[in-house]
Design a protein around this ligand. Structure first.
Ligand code: NAD
Length: 479
């Protein structure tokens, strides 16, 4: 599916040219009314939905995921684009905000203006959905985008830009795709000198994020970093174990475990741990690798998966399904581990394979403690029959998003921001925050009348100004 054009290796000069062209296109896009932008984006959305099979075919061919997963990815993508298009004006458009007692004579206005050109660097695991969490929202916020897809999935990036140009021909250069390996991403981030990019939105591993951040630092280019995860599912004693096992297997094995917010750890209260393991094994054993999910996309990931499983067993863990031998080829069978020490790599590092560690805990307090002990902090899930208890646990968890009685529930809700902390990166995509991430707040005041005491004039007698300041101080000291 990848063509010669898709495999082009673009360097700094190509990137500078793409940014310059995109910047021009961005100016006329930003000058367009919010209503026209919304109409154009919805046209693009409808075109993508209409061409879902074509997108899914390229995604499946390049990433190796099954066609039905690729089609679901297209659906998720258009759901987000739809929301960004329909909500950009409400979230970013100029609105009046309170001026406060001290400035009652002023009218205060706030708007979010486009930043300019956003450089988007994407991963391969959800090659359309993940970068579009930045691209769709950035364009809806009035920006242009230069997109560097993963070198494993360049065709998705090329198709994406083409689909935009065809659906919105008057602004064809607004979304430019540049292709190539790490060096192309590095150049886009500014490692080879300034490019004119106004912000970088990066999705990938924390190691690469550090390099991107260092490149951005040279030009003080702001960065949004969406990195990996080591998400935990917490299972309470009263949980519906069938529902929990079903969700855990899907969250851990779906996309061959190559999901940033996939399930890699489970902490189950001791009284239900054994039964939960049995139900997870029952479901995971029934999966047909190659059909339920595809091979590991990155050949070198097989070594990581094997190392984590072997080390977990060497550290005293037990495989209740699969083991090191499960991973002879890139199509890895499901692996369920238990009793793995908390300092073993299968618990501390991102595995990115169909492997899940299911450890027992004393109670939900310990579950929260362990879930939060990770260097990653992206998503989490809680299973309990009491929704109130689930919500209470969710509020205690440090992760950026939590699903109660489902896994990854937040990913399909465009109004919910998504992002993490620590090794999982910083900043948010999706939702209102995801639109504001690509806007510069613009604050304006308009004086409505002369205030009783003008504190910004030398003409105000000092004693009068002092009395007003003292009055304000007393009010704040009191209330
Ligand atoms: P990666 O870090 O290897 O590569 C990501 C992108 O960065 C690729 O396009 C790559 O070419 C580019 N790149 C590599 N070196 C670069 C450099 N020095 N400067 C600039 N760009 C460079 O990540 P990957 O293997 O493609 O993706 C998997 C990772 O992405 C996992 O850690 C996964 O958890 C994470 N991820 C996170 C999210 C999220 O939203 N938090 C979503 C999907 C994937």
């Amino acid at each position: 599916m990848t063509t010669g054009t898709d495999r082009a290796v673009h360097g700094i000069e190509d990137i500078r040219a793409a940014v310059a062209t995109a910047k021009d296109a961005g100016r006329s896009w930003a000058a367009l009314g919010a209503r026209e932008r919304r109409a154009a984006l919805l046209r693009w959305k409808r075109a993508m939905a209409g061409r879902a099979d074509e997108f899914a075919e390229v995604i499946a061919a390049e990433s190796g995921k099954p066609p039905h997963d690729a089609r679901a990815e297209v659906l998720l993508t258009v759901v987000h684009l739809d929301w960004a298009a329909r909500n950009a004006r409400r979230v970013l458009g100029r609105r009046r905000v309170s001026s406060g007692l001290l400035s009652v004579h002023q009218r205060a206005l706030l708007a979010y203006r486009p930043l300019g050109v956003i450089g988007v660097i994407g991963p391969w695991n959800y090659p359309l959905y993940t970068p579009m969490g930045s691209i769709g929202y950035a364009i809806a916020a009035g920006n242009a985008v230069v997109f560097k897809p993963s070198e494993l999935t360049p065709g998705v990036g090329v198709l994406l830009a083409r689909s935009f140009a065809e659906a919105v021909p008057g602004h064809a250069d607004l979304l430019r795709t540049v292709t190539g390996p790490a060096s192309t991403g590095a150049a886009l981030a500014g490692a080879d000198g300034p490019t004119g990019v106004d912000k970088i939105a990066f999705t990938g591993s924390p190691g690469t994020a550090r390099k991107v951040a260092a490149a951005c630092a040279a030009t003080l280019t702001p960065l949004l970093a969406e990195c990996g995860g080591k998400d935990a599912v917490l299972v309470a004693a009263d949980a519906d174990l069938d529902a929990a096992a079903d969700a855990i297997v899907w969250g851990a094995m779906g996309n061959a475990g190559q999901t940033c917010a996939g399930v890699e750890r489970v902490y189950a209260v001791a009284s239900v741990h054994e039964e939960l393991c049995a139900r997870i094994v029952l479901r995971a054993r029934a999966l047909a690798p190659g059909d339920a999910y595809g091979p590991l996309t990155l050949p070198s990931q097989l070594d990581v998966v094997r190392r984590h499983v072997e080390q977990a067993l060497a550290d005293g863990g037990r495989a209740v399904l699969g083991g090191p031998d499960t991973s002879q080829t890139r199509t890895v069978g499901p692996v369920v581990l238990t009793g793995v020490p908390e300092d073993s790599p299968a618990v501390t590092e991102e595995t990115f394979g169909p492997v899940v560690v299911v450890n027992p805990v004393r109670d939900m307090d310990e579950a929260v403690e362990r879930a939060d002990a990770s260097a990653y902090s992206l998503g989490a899930a809680v299973f309990t029959r009491s929704r109130a208890a689930g919500l209470a646990v969710a509020e205690r968890l440090g992760s950026g998003a939590v699903s109660v009685n489902s896994v990854l529930g937040f990913a399909a809700i465009p109004s919910l921001p998504f992002g993490g902390a620590g090794e999982s990166g910083y900043g948010r995509i999706h939702g209102e925050e995801g639109l504001r991430a690509f806007g510069a707040p613009h604050s304006v005041t308009v004086r409505r009348f002369a205030p009783a005491v003008d504190l910004t004039s030398f003409a105000t007698p000092r004693a009068r100004a002092a009395r007003a300041v003292e009055l304000g101080r007393k009010l704040h000291a009191r209330f």
